[in-house]
Design a protein around this ligand. Structure first.
Ligand code: HEM
Length: 148
């Protein structure tokens, strides 16, 4: 699986359209994950009150962690040639320490896509959507790499 130059340009274009809003996008995507797919809450026991949508949307730890996740994605956008190598320790962490079921990577990817689509409106064209999906495929494969 690899990204063409065109895919990379499309992903850069999404990122520049979303610039300045990336932190909010991370928070909204992670909140959406926890609300729409509530089984994912089990991994975030240290985050305090996640008992309902309002609590999740107002949870500062969720907001902070959303920013952290988007920061990792930003690294992948900026250096698309080395996603697997750059994500090796993150994959190890999610596998051996956090024991995150890797199917959840896809679900979070979908949440990020939905939030981007809502933010960019008609600017999130079908071509950009397709390239972003390929980009997520590469990111998810990298995150799954250390699972055995
Ligand atoms: C921690 C990225 C998906 C659960 C982290 C960290 C990063 C990250 C950068 C911080 C690592 C550190 O502190 O060294 C990502 C990316 C994802 C992803 C890029 C997919 C696009 C998920 C999913 C779950 C999850 C789907 C669970 C459903 C966690 C947990 C932590 C964590 C529980 C530790 C949080 C804490 O206690 O601070 N992740 N993650 N991650 N991730 Fe992920």
């Amino acid at each position: 699986m690899s990204l063409s130059d065109k895919d990379k340009q499309h992903v850069q274009s999404i990122w520049s359209k979303a610039s300045g809003r990336l932190e909010d996008i991370g928070n909204e995507a992670l909140s959406r994950l926890l609300i729409v797919y509530p089984w994912t809450q089990r991994y975030f026991g240290a985050f305090g009150n996640l008992t309902n949508a309002a609590a999740i949307l107002g949870n500062a730890k969720v907001a902070h962690h959303g920013k952290v996740v988007l920061g990792a994605l930003d690294k992948a956008v900026q250096d698309p040639e080395h996603i697997t190598a750059n994500y090796a320790s993150l994959s190890e962490l999610h596998s051996t320490k956090l024991h995150v079921d890797p199917d959840n990577f896809r679900v979070l990817g979908d949440c990020i896509t939905i939030v981007l689509a809502a933010q960019l409106g008609t600017g999130f064209t079908v071509e950009l959507n397709a390239a972003f999906q390929k980009f997520l495929d590469v990111v998810i494969a990298a995150l799954r790499k250390q699972y055995h």
